[in-house]
Design a protein around this ligand. Structure first.
Ligand SMILES: [Fe+2]
Ligand SMILES: [Fe+2]
Length: 312
């Protein structure tokens, strides 16, 4: 999820990190508060924080677990590799969680992750196999350009690097929608359009919500969430409202609407708070919390350490 990003490093004691972990794992806590605890652990980003996150993978919420994997990828620490490898290896696990574990291994990169990922390139679950294809391409891209570092304006480690110096929206749109190109190339077009962040480029990204790959559509929704532009409300709502749409896509549309955070988004999200799909319902709960944050904007989303510790 494109949660509000860390603005500064958080200095905390071991005891506080453990308490955050306990709070995160406690199923009786509201999901939105557990997400805040998770993002605080992500920002702390040390070995103990990684262990606390890793210990939460037995939770029943696929939404929470996919976010655990996402955060471990964003932290880019090699310590998380065995945790993510075992999540990917669990064929009983929800596809969205396995997808995020594969993507996280791609974000960490290096030879170890490459070898793990290779075993899943023919995975039976399309979203997983496609994620592995992307993650392998990303790792090779980094290796080819001698440990290329990403500098996303959104503080995110993305599944593909933008195309440097390309600002031709028409060409990028053609690339984005060309299903004959590799997923990696199409993702590159997507992130280039994102970084241009003009009304035209945002409109072009929105067209991707009609592409045939569910994985691709979910990433489109994620990127629209990062852009936080109200011009995307309509297209995101359309996919969220489509009950036949893949739940991973509907989830990402809900969270993107939360990130855009207008009154209109709030009203739409409330409509799906009782959705039949647990992942969608929970996404709306968390998205409404982000929405509230965006509308008030007077406290930092993931620095609620003291607030969380007071509650625990
Ligand atoms: Fe997600
Ligand atoms: Fe994802």
């Amino acid at each position: 999820m494109s949660a509000p990003s860390p603005k500064e490093n958080v200095a905390v004691s071991e005891d506080e990190v453990k308490k955050l972990g306990e709070f995160l794992r406690n199923e009786t806590n509201p999901l939105k508060a557990r997400f805040r605890a998770l993002f605080t652990l992500r920002n702390i980003n040390n070995l103990l924080a990684i262990q606390q996150i890793g210990d939460c993978f037995s939770d029943p919420s696929a939404l929470l677990k996919h976010e655990l994997a996402y955060c471990l990828g964003q932290m880019q620490s090699h310590e998380a590799i065995p945790i993510l490898a075992s999540v990917l290896n669990n064929l009983e696990e929800h596809p969205m969680v396995r997808h995020e574990a594969a993507e996280a291994l791609g974000a960490i990169g290096g030879e170890d992750c490459l070898q793990i990922l290779k075993k899943y390139s023919q995975d039976k679950v399309t979203e997983v196999a496609e994620t592995v294809e992307l993650a392998l391409a990303r790792i090779c891209h980094v290796q080819e350009y001698a440990n290329l570092k990403q500098s996303s304006p959104y503080f995110s480690v993305d599944p593909a690097f933008p195309l440097k110096g390309c600002s031709d929206v028409e060409l990028l749109t053609t690339m984005l929608m060309n299903e004959k190109l590799s997923l990696y190339q199409r993702y590159q077009a997507m992130f280039t359009l994102r970084d241009l962040a003009t009304p035209e480029s945002i409109e072009a990204i929105g067209k991707g919500l009609k592409a045939s790959s569910a994985l691709f559509r979910h990433e489109i929704a994620f990127v629209l969430g990062q852009l936080q532009n109200s011009q995307s409300i309509e297209v995101l709502t359309e996919n969220l409202k489509d009950l036949g749409e893949n739940e991973m896509v509907r989830h990402e549309c809900a969270e993107a609407l939360g990130a855009i955070g207008t009154k209109e988004c709030e009203a739409i999200l409330k409509e799906f708070l009782a959705d039949e799909k647990r992942v969608v319902k929970e996404s709306c709960e968390v998205a409404l919390d982000i929405c509230e944050y965006e509308m008030n904007g007077n406290f930092q989303y993931a620095d609620g350490l003291q607030t969380i510790l007071k509650q625990s």
